[in-house]
Design a protein around this ligand. Structure first.
Ligand code: HEM
Ligand code: HEM
Length: 128
């Protein structure tokens, strides 16, 4: 989760540099977009990894899912990450709304991560 949040902060920073360069009609450094894309892909992979650890671990321990709101929070975060990445691939002149969708989803994603983090921490307390 620490890595996920680190990736999120790096994406916010590189994303804002992209937006600033676009608004100022300045050429942006050539490495900026691939860097943002690469960190984004890494964050998607990390979130899917946490999802599979959570599901496999919970099934192994209880045999069933859905012991707390952490399940809903986890699934929400995964869906938001996938929509964010999907909308990102559509950013360009052909899809004028993809950019604001990407940015809007990413703001919701911060709330989603906060929710998984808090509910995850609550289930951890059960084991301590
Ligand atoms: C989920 C993984 C992510 C992927 C694959 C991704 C990919 C992209 C891509 C391809 C673009 C378009 C770049 C261009 O204009 O050429 C973009 C723009 C942007 N992204 Fe992301 N991104 C991700 C996550 C995030 C996150 C988490 C944030 C913020 C916290 C973010 C903020 C932005 C911003 C601010 C822009 C610039 C929009 C503009 O030009 O106004 N991205 N992203
Ligand atoms: C994006 C991040 C995460 C995702 C997608 C995720 C997803 C999941 C899912 C789907 C489950 C199965 C829950 C159930 O069926 O009740 C689970 C279980 C669990 N997760 Fe996460 N999780 C994430 C982050 C975290 C974090 C940050 C923590 C700790 C602070 C955590 C701690 C746990 C624990 C302890 C369980 C066992 C559930 C139980 O005992 O009821 N998870 N996770």
């Amino acid at each position: 989760m620490g890595l996920v949040l680190t990736a999120y902060v790096a994406l916010a920073a590189t994303g804002m540099s992209i937006a600033l360069a676009r608004k100022a009609k300045r050429p942006r450094p050539r490495w900026l977009r691939p860097l943002h894309y690469g960190i984004g892909g890494t964050m998607v992979a990390l979130v899917l990894l946490l999802l599979s650890i959570g599901v496999v671990g919970t099934l192994g321990h209880f045999g069933t899912l859905g012991h707390s709101l952490h399940l809903a929070a986890g699934l929400t975060a995964v869906v938001l990450v996938l929509v964010s990445a999907g909308s990102a691939t559509q950013i360009g002149p052909k899809h004028p709304r993809a950019r604001s969708l990407h940015v809007g989803i990413n703001i919701l994603l911060l709330l989603g991560f906060t929710w998984v983090g808090l509910t995850g921490w609550t289930v951890v307390q059960k084991y301590l």
